[in-house]
Write a protein that binds this ligand. Sequence first.
Ligand code: HEC
Length: 295
Amino acid sequence: MKKLNPAYFRVPVIFFIILGVMEYFIDSGDTPAFVKYPMVSVFMFVFLFLLIAIEITVTAINNITYQMLTAEEKVKVDEVANASIQDREWYQKLMKKLTRTEPIENEAGLLLNHDYDGIKELDNNLPPWWVYLFYGCILFSAIYLVRFEIMDGDNQEMELKKELAQAKIDVAEYMKTAPDLMDEKTVSVLTDPAEIAEGGTLYTTNCAACHRADGGGQIGPNLTDENWILGGGVKEIFHTITNGGRDGKGMIAWKGTLKPKEIQKIASYILSLKGSNPADAKAAEGEVWVEEVAQ
Ligand code: HEC
């Protein structure tokens, strides 16, 4: 096996299998487990160290044992170690089991008396791998027939429809608990002063250039008055910030720059400016916004 599976192959393979298993079983959200939990990194490091140590020890022991052998035994060991896979006993046994071929010497016994212009026919065994594959197909078709034709199992189209329906439910469920993924349908006004203050900081960095630091408006409209061009509810403001204003007006879509949660904070901050009446604010634009009570 040494030839097929050298240490520099074996060690990384085992290491990455274990790493994969850890990632699979440890729930660490979007970040890999070994980043989120330093203990995992430590463990993997120790594990790698042990693997290498074991490899070194085993190789050393093998070398010593080899040195202690007599010349004759050495030849034997070398033979086994260097034999190609086809020469191995287990391989030959396996092949024999799978094919049940008769050795060429027995050919005479297999010969049928069919003779077509000198072309003769041997009565070989059907290879077991083929026979079992065939039985498998028969079994499969029987199960398939009963399940899909008699018991009316879901066909692919039905399966797809069901999965899509389930996915919709899952997404809705996820949206409820994942604030970073909210959209204009689920957004709500924040009331926590700390979060509104964060919104204020974001506003000053990104928006003040056009809407003025106090929201009074400059290039962009006044954000402190009752009038809104694109709607003044939290959902509408969230929509405007996310997707931008009307074409050519200068208000870009911010969804590439800001996270939904940040947009929610800014929107809440803007709403907190309502009625603050900053000095020489821009004249009102748009309609007076009335929140629909029906919502
Ligand atoms: C380059 C200048 C500019 C920047 C920067 C800018 N805006 Fe605007 N904003 C505008 C303009 C112009 C409009 C008017 C769009 C229209 O008329 O469709 C607007 C409209 C808006 C509206 C809708 C106002 C209404 O009356 O309906 C909101 C809300 C808004 N901006 C928020 C923001 C926020 C929040 C930021 C920062 C993340 C921002 N803007 C950054 C120029 C800007």
